[in-house]
Design a protein around this ligand. Structure first.
Ligand SMILES: Cc1ncc(COP(=O)(O)O)c(C=O)c1O
Ligand SMILES: N[C@@H](CCCC[NH3+])C(=O)O
Length: 426
């Protein structure tokens, strides 16, 4: 199984390669920690989605939050995809990457006035509105800007996506969207707003979904609402079912193929004749990325063996935040195995990537790869403990490109103001 974690990350003579490039070569050239992405793994996922949905008019809007590096965004833009954003910063990135504004959808429960105004001005495909108050504010701001805003209501279908509770978004008790039974009234309110155009309906039930049946439950409810709206004279152009398909974190995981999603939702969407929008994030980039680190120290304490590495929860938060499992491989295979805790340098007990894990018997200076780290890896990283964020590298066959410099200490403190030290008081 280790040899074939993915066709894009594979062993040649006991050494881990990304496509046709030895991972160690990149680590030596750019240092560690370093995120490494396979361009062709991303292109393959895009192809899988396009193929799966080709029989029905579908716009795939990549969820920028999963990995928003400009070079990664550019891959999706060049492939003709749209973009799902949740902040003014992601809008800024999306426009820098030259996404067509009419392919940008904007969700999020807490959009600021500035963020709304910028997006109104840009003329995006749809504001996915998450509360009645947001409808009021968006209407007022659209009037000020002098441009109508195209909107969808994000409906909360109260469906259990059977995933980690922190990433379940479509349950009534979560903060997201407007409850199903209040949605009709929300649409009626929206239809009376002079500066809003109703264009669609939106939902997103959660992330890392390993069984597509909750999508069926959600889409069935959405379609019923679409027909109810039609009877009220409210016509839509699209149904946006959000993202959420899971990926392979453990070797034995078997996530659903985009085809399974298409097969389960298209029959329902077809009945409405509306265009379909989907917002995958993790499933497009997650398995296409790894985080490579170097072993700093080994330490035995009681019956515990610790492998202390040079990346931590500031680089990859998922294990600390969701107790998420990430498979870890030695970049150069070793014959001997040990049971170890693989931990980072951060001053938090929760700063670990694996506990009591069987792993190759690594030594100081060896490299290891945390697999399936392309989504919600770098994008959730921070400068905690004043640690510069990692470099990022994109691999294409035997070529590789630095797509983000490792941060410097100077870069980290640059925005801070101290008259005596920096003399940059504004
Ligand atoms: C509104 C919305 N759309 C799309 C996504 C992307 O989800 P995923 O990365 O699970 O495909 C998210 C994140 O969960 C989201 O909140
Ligand atoms: N950050 C989460 C997913 C959140 C999705 C955003 N709604 C993760 O790493 O699994």
């Amino acid at each position: 199984m280790e040899d074939s974690f993915s066709p894009y990350f594979h062993f040649v003579d006991n050494e881990l390669y990304c496509e046709k490039t030895p991972v160690k070569k990149i680590a030596k050239e750019f240092g560690t920690p370093v995120y490494i992405y396979s361009k062709n793994a991303i292109l393959e996922k895009i192809r899988e989605y396009k193929e799966a949905f080709k029989e029905y008019p579908t716009l795939i809007c990549y969820a920028a939050k999963a990995n928003s590096n400009l070079s990664i965004l550019k891959i999706f833009q060049e492939e003709g995809l749209g973009l799902d954003i949740v902040s003014g910063g992601e809008l800024y990135r999306g426009l820098k990457a030259e996404f067509d504004p009419k392919k940008i959808v904007y969700a999020g429960v807490g959009k600021t006035d500035k963020e709304l105004i910028d997006a109104i001005d840009t003329g995006i495909l749809s504001f996915n509105v998450e509360s009645l108050m947001e409808l009021d504010v968006l209407d007022e701001l659209s009037e000020k800007v002098g441009k109508k805003a195209d909107i969808s209501i994000r409906v909360n279908p109260d469906v259990n996506p059977k995933t980690h509770p922190y990433i379940s978004t479509g349950l009534r008790k979560s903060k997201f969207g407007i409850d199903m039974e209040d949605a009709l009234e929300a649409y009626k309110i929206a239809s009376r707003k002079k500066n809003l155009n109703i264009v669609g309906i939106h939902c997103h039930i959660g992330s890392q979904i390993m069984d597509v049946s909750p999508y069926e439950e959600a889409v069935e409810k959405l379609v019923q609402l679409v027909f109810k709206l039609k009877r009220e004279g409210i016509e839509l152009r699209h149904i946006d079912i959000g993202g959420g398909l899971g990926i392979r974190y453990r070797p034995e995981d078997n996530p659903p193929h985009p085809k399974e999603l298409a097969e389960i939702v298209i029959p329902y969407i077809k009945e409405t004749g509306l265009k379909l929008l989907i917002e995958p994030g993790r499933s497009l980039v997650g398995e296409a990325g790894i985080l490579v680190s170097q072993v700093l120290f080994l330490k035995d304490k009681g019956d515990k063996h610790f492998i202390i590495i040079d990346s931590g929860m500031n680089d990859l938060l998922r294990p600390a935040m969701y107790q998420a499992y990430h498979h870890i491989l030695s970049v150069e295979k070793k014959k001997e195995k040990v049971i170890a805790d693989i931990v980072g340098p951060i001053c938090e007990t929760g700063d670990f990537f694996a506990l009591d894990r069987e792993i190759d018997n690594l030594n100081r200076g060896d490299y290891l790869a945390v697999m399936s780290a392309g989504a919600y890896g770098f994008s959730m990283s921070s400068n905690y403990n004043t640690r510069p964020r990692a470099a990022e590298v994109l691999v294409d066959g035997e070529n590789f490109y630095l797509i983000r410099n490792r941060e410097s200490y100077q870069y980290i403190i640059q925005p801070e103001i101290n008259e005596k030290i920096q003399g940059e008081v504004k």
